[in-house]
Write a protein that binds this ligand. Structure first.
Ligand code: ATP
Length: 510
């Protein structure tokens, strides 16, 4: 199946089963805005819970926060967002489509990378086990030429984007003969900066002071509360503050489903450290975060690190964790070393000291910050897209299955009576009422067992429990595993502990 087709299938599956709906759909939707349905909200909450527990519950020196979306307008002047939170945009005059200039260049590089991968795959096919990939990459003339091309483009991107040299960015697009994917022409406008913040007005004030912004990141709510939390929580450096919340960006191009939205949710953690120790912590958090992802079992090969070509105005090191989405490898999470930029800026603009007295050093300083920032919606898409499978079964039929990590699944178990008589429904409800004290459960008695199993497979329910004639005789039920489709007969008394051992989030946190 083509990857882009795969995305279309995922979008329609997500809608059909109540995971994600286009926002205000009865009015034909609003671009790049989505609503999470009855199952989507469960999956989303479980992802949040996995993140929150890993950060706050499992780390003595990390605490949580829930700051307001509206902040004093000076916050965004201080943080640099008013002046520098821009994306370079370019329009194609023929198609009238708008693009991010940096994304056009990144996609150009991606295409060359794909050529290298193609050459490698050809080699593997031809030489099988004898194929030495490293040697091939180091010596094949085609590969070397393409690698040099990538290096050259990256160098020129760094040079132009890094200095906000918009004419240079335009020239690079022209030199590389990049065409508009829609019109196929090179008829481009000049490159312009576009600020991504949404603004609105405060009701009680008039004039310029009334303009406030919808936060484009949750991080600033953490910085302005640094001292409140440090003092009231008696936190010692190094320590972190974690927050989950909405962020808003007026994205130039917002396609690709919930990957890029104008209203989205972030899970961010700012870790405050001694100046000079930030690189150690930067490496630490890169390792911690990739381990967090790995435990979900979505496939090691689906992740890669990508160092930033253009560092943001506040960073001295930054890497993305990229995930292999249906559209290819794209940013899922950022780990950034933000230096003391934010706290220093807020000191300057607020006139308040934002420092820590380090008793071991007997010294006051503005801490340095290492940030981990992941988009909850992108994480949702990563989980959903890598779990979505169509399997051929032995009898030549097909089943659609969401092999979600069990701890994240919306329902952990579905309880079903084999028939609607002989006391089966009553027994099934009795079992469900006991299990639902711990887990989100579904009850399903409509249609044949086969159809009911398929329905639960399609929404990722890890276990189905069936009450049948034997249940009424010996207090046992069958429990069916979503992935293997195997059924075991177990005593009802053992059910809770069997399910708990398989779906518990403890398995991920340990
Ligand atoms: P991109 O380069 O894709 O625009 P970014 O580098 O601007 O992303 P950050 O500012 O580092 O993103 O934001 C941290 C995280 O927030 C990202 O890794 C991503 O998961 C998420 N995120 C950012 N913008 C969006 C968006 N428009 N929609 C959904 N998630 C987003």
């Amino acid at each position: 199946m083509q990857k882009e087709d795969n995305l279309k299938d995922i979008i329609s599956h997500a809608k059909e089963y109540g995971f994600v709906f286009p926002s205000s759909e009865i009015y034909d939707g609003l671009s790049a805005t989505y609503d999470y349905g009855q199952l989507g909200v469960e999956l989303k909450n479980n992802i949040k819970s996995y993140w929150w527990k890993s950060m706050v519950q499992m780390n003595e020196n990390i605490v949580g926060l829930d700051s307001a979306i509206f902040m004093h307008p000076k916050t965004w002047k201080a943080s640099g967002h008013v002046d520098a939170f821009n994306d370079p945009l370019i329009d194609n005059k023929d198609s009238k489509k708008r693009y991010r200039a940096d994304v056009l260049l990144e996609e150009y590089i991606e295409k060359i990378r794909a050529k290298i991968d193609k050459d490698v795959n050809k080699g593997i096919k031809r030489f099988g086990d004898d194929f030495d990939k490293n040697q091939f990459l180091a010596t094949n003339p085609n590969v070397l030429r393409n690698m040099a091309k990538i290096e050259d483009v990256e160098e020129r991107m760094k040079d132009t984007l890094g200095k906000d040299d918009l004419e240079g960015v335009y020239n690079l697009i022209i030199d590389l003969e990049i065409v508009c994917p829609v019109s196929g022409t090179k008829n481009w406008t000049e490159v312009r900066q576009f600020n991504l913040m949404f603004s609105t007005e405060l009701g009680s004030v008039s004039g310029d002071a009334a303009t406030i912004y919808l936060r484009p990141e949750t991080a600033q709510g953490i910085f302005v509360n640094f001292l409140n939390v440090q003092k009231t929580g008696r936190m010692k450096i190094p320590f972190g503050i974690a927050q989950i919340g909405k962020a808003f960006r007026n994205e130039i191009v917002a396609r690709q489903f919930i990957f890029r939205m104008r209203e989205f949710e972030q899970m961010e953690m700012q870790f405050f450290v001694r100046p000079g120790e930030e690189m150690k912590w930067y490496e630490h958090w890169k390792n911690q975060r990739i381990a967090w992802h790995s435990k979900l079992g979505l496939g090691e090969e689906n992740y890669r690190f990508h160092d930033h070509i253009k560092l943001a105005h506040y960073a001295n090191a930054a890497a993305d964790i990229e995930f292999n989405f249906p559209m290819g490898f794209k940013e899922l999470e950022g780990v950034h070393s933000r230096t003391d930029f934010d706290l220093k800026q807020h000191e300057e603009h607020s006139g308040k000291k934002l420092q820590f007295f380090d008793p071991e050093m007997n010294q006051n300083y503005v801490p340095y910050v290492v940030e981990t920032s992941i988009g909850l919606d992108r994480m949702f898409l990563a989980v959903l897209s890598s779990s979505f499978k169509t399997e051929k079964l032995e009898n030549d039929s097909e089943r659609v299955v969401l092999s979600l990590p069990a701890a994240l699944a919306p329902f952990k178990v579905a309880v079903m009576p084999l028939t609607k008589k002989d006391g089966h429904p009553e027994k099934a409800r009795e079992i469900m009422n006991a299990l639902r004290l711990e887990h989100n459960c579904a009850y399903d008695e409509k249609d044949s067992p086969g159809k009911r199993y398929r329905r639960q497979d399609a929404i990722g329910t890890p276990y189905c429990v069936m009450v049948d004639h034997q249940t009424m005789e010996d207090n046992t039920v069958t429990i069916r595993d979503r992935d293997t489709m195997e059924q075991d007969r177990v005593s009802i008394d053992e059910l809770a502990s069997i399910i708990e051992s398989k779906v518990s989030m403890t398995n991920l946190l340990r």
